[in-house]
Design a protein around this ligand. Structure first.
Ligand code: ATP
Ligand code: MG
Length: 653
């Protein structure tokens, strides 16, 4: 992007949605919060830290004497698990359900805060019996079951950092992460249920820990499916045997606010994953505050459901730490949205009267593809706030979500953040913000974000460029595990004194922020920087398109040419006429410069295991190259299908 400082600002979206009066009248946060935080940012965060129960109250909010290595609340001491569990029981809420677990085969169980306290205490005692100590690392490789949260909290309780590895990752991916973190123990399960059948987890662990020089001493195995597992005596232990014999009492020790809480490797959308380190006091402060403010959480009455996997940061911050710190009641679902039928999510919303739903654009676009009639069969009237995270949400998907899931009533909050930021950074507030479909809009109170050009100068309203964070925030990553230099190089070297997130963004005429995708994906067409997100959103706004992925492929005349891969909606037929119509539709929406040169209808798009479109592989296809690394793909056969189709696809020359 160097020769062309700013991104074109092509997409015009004029629809506006005021917060529902009823919600605004009783919202947790009012517009005043922005003013208050602006007047005294550190004072604002010091106040938010008082949501937590500290063994020693912090007197210093931020030490930024050695940037970018931040210390938040550093003289404070607390126990994160105590904050997420015990204190709710002590406050008389032990009977409140913490987790309604819904297994994929249809089994369910509800765990109260009092029960969770016993389970976490037993698990903490169990880890101590295995020799795990404060400062050690524990790898967690699990399906979506309550024991996953219990294991994480047990680690936090004894001061061991967990490193959760998504259960869909291979033995190799697991081995690299275990090795990078020097984990002493792996907590896993025999398997979990996915797409109607038990899948196995233990074989990958056996493979990963059998490698030379492994640091792993014990493998703890939860029995979830009852399938046969290979067993190594002395090393392997059953979770139930180990935990059942432990006392349900464990006194939680308070640790320094900067004590490591977890390492989490980024999703690997762009390359080699980085071990992001998060610590205790600042992290918990921000995830608790944002979960309460962005979702307008009322812990006594709301039923919250975040559909992410605990293996991603969304699961860490908005299934485990944020909701539990706030004493929320939540749903945890093990399986996939189409098992045993495509209405499974809506059946769960109806069953538990879910009032707050947090999911990803990839899921929303899939539901659009499946058809409006599916959610229409269920009672979704309990919903009052909808959230989105993971990728830019196309305005049309936003509208669909609000209309077909939110009954045309609920606010939709598009939350921008990353593994590195630990918590939500940019998002509307449901009781305050007049929402714009497709925009994350404003940094939250206490957060400083803006858009700059190549020279690090803030762009004016209406301009595009790079999203940067200009002030430290409590839940910021502290470093890349074991690699301070990579931390500096990756995030702090592009713009002096600013954190660069890797994402392109624009400001609209009101100064609201629109995310435009990763800067690596930005296309340069005839001297104009064009964002993939805007072209994709234009395609998705056509009634025949459910999902689109756009890349720039090398082109002799224009430098790069826009190539679009589209998934058509249920009834649309793939014809040359339709392709021409789509091309014209993009031209009419964004301008002739953004017209794709080629449009290919495809059956599937390559996605990472966290559901994000992997454009670099599509670029390889469009440029006729050998495919790059496909290990983080969910399904590598989709690339073969796309490759076969490409030569036949018409091109507008
Ligand atoms: P890697 O860093 O390993 O390539 P990743 O960036 O996909 O993987 P995550 O930390 O899970 O890993 O994702 C954060 C990224 O997801 C953001 O940088 C941004 O590109 C995208 N993202 C998340 N939420 C939003 C959102 N609301 N709007 C736009 N983009 C979003
Ligand atoms: Mg990233």
């Amino acid at each position: 992007m160097s020769e062309n400082p700013s991104l074109s600002n092509l997409l015009k979206e004029e629809r506006r949605f005021a917060p529902p009066a009823e919600l605004a009248a009783q919202a947790n946060v009012t517009a005043e919060a922005y003013e208050q935080a602006k007047a005294d940012r550190l004072g604002f965060w010091a106040e938010q830290a008082r949501r937590l129960t500290w063994a020693t109250e912090p007197t210093e909010t931020l030490d930024w004497s050695n940037p970018p290595f931040a210390k938040w609340f550093q003289d404070g001491r607390l126990n994160v698990a105590y904050n997420c569990v015990d204190r709710h029981v002590e406050a008389g809420n032990g009977d409140r359900v913490a987790i309604h677990f819904e297994g994929e085969p249809g089994d369910s169980r509800s765990i109260t805060y009092a029960e969770l306290k016993d389970e976490v205490s037993r698990a903490a005692n169990a880890l101590l019996e295995l020799g795990v100590r404060k400062g050690d690392r524990v790898a967690v490789y699990m399906p979506m079951i309550p024991e996953t949260a219990i294991a994480m909290l047990a680690c936090a309780r004894i001061g061991a950092a967990h490193s959760v590895v998504f259960g869909g990752f291979s033995a190799d991916a697991l081995a690299t992460r275990i090795e990078d973190a020097d984990a002493r123990v792996v907590i896993t399960a025999d398997g979990g249920y996915r797409r109607g059948k038990p899948s196995a987890l233990k074989p990958a662990v056996d493979d990963a820990v059998s490698r030379e020089g492994t640091t792993v001493e014990h493998v703890v195995v939860v029995r979830r499916t009852g399938q046969e597992v290979a067993w190594t005596e002395g090393r392997d232990v059953w979770w139930h045997e180990l935990t059942q014999k432990q006392p349900a009492e464990h006194t939680a020790e308070a640790f320094e606010a900067e004590h490591p809480l977890f390492i989490l490797y980024t999703s690997g959308t762009t390359g080699r994953p980085k071990g992001i380190l998060h610590t205790s006091g600042g992290y918990l402060t921000q995830v608790a505050y944002t979960h309460w403010s962005v979702f307008d959480l009322k812990p006594e009455t709301d039923v919250y459901w975040c559909t992410a996997d605990v293996g991603w940061v969304t699961g860490h911050s908005y299934i485990v730490y944020g909701p539990l710190a706030n004493g929320a009641t939540q749903v945890m679902y093990e399986g996939t949205p189409d098992t045993p039928h495509q209405g499974r999510f809506w059946e769960i919303v109806q069953k538990y009267k879910v009032s707050i739903l947090y999911t990803a654009p990839t899921a929303i676009r899939t539901f659009m593809k499946w058809g409006d009639d599916i959610p229409a069969k269920f009672d979704l009237s309990s919903l009052r706030v909808l959230g989105s995270v993971g990728e830019p949400i196309n305005p049309e998907a936003w509208i669909w979500y609000r209309k077909h899931i939110g009954g045309d009533r609920t606010p939709v909050v598009d939350t921008w953040w990353q593994t590195e930021t630990g918590g939500i950074m940019i998002s509307p507030l449901p009781g305050v913000t007049e929402a714009k479909p497709g925009s994350a809009q404003r940094p939250l109170p206490g957060i400083a974000a803006t858009v700059v050009d190549d020279e690090a100068t803030e762009v004016p309203d209406g301009g595009g460029g790079y999203l940067v964070l200009t002030e430290p925030w409590p839940s910021m990553l502290r470093t890349i595990w074991g690699d301070d230099q990579r931390f500096l190089d990756t995030y702090w070297s592009r713009f002096e004194g600013k954190y660069f997130a890797g994402d392109g963004a624009k400001k609209d005429d009101d100064g609201d922020i629109w995310l435009l995708g990763r800067v690596d994906d930005v296309m340069l067409v005839s001297g104009h920087n064009i964002s993939t997100t805007e072209v994709e959103s234009a395609l998705v706004s056509h009634p025949s398109v459910a999902e689109a992925a756009v890349v720039g492929a090398a082109d002799e005349t224009t430098g790069q040419a826009i190539v679009a891969f589209v998934i058509l909606r249920g009834t649309a037929a793939e014809t040359a006429d339709l392709v021409g119509e789509l091309r014209n539709h993009v031209g009419a929406t964004l301008g002739p410069i953004a017209k794709p040169k080629r449009i290919l209808p495809v059956g599937e798009l390559p996605k990472t295991r966290s559901g994000k479109i992997m454009r670099r592989l599509l670029r390889d296809v469009a440029e006729n190259r050998q495919l790059g690394d496909v290990t983080t793909l969910t399904d590598s056969t989709v690339m073969d299908l796309i490759q076969e189709k490409l030569p036949a696809a018409p091109s507008e020359d």
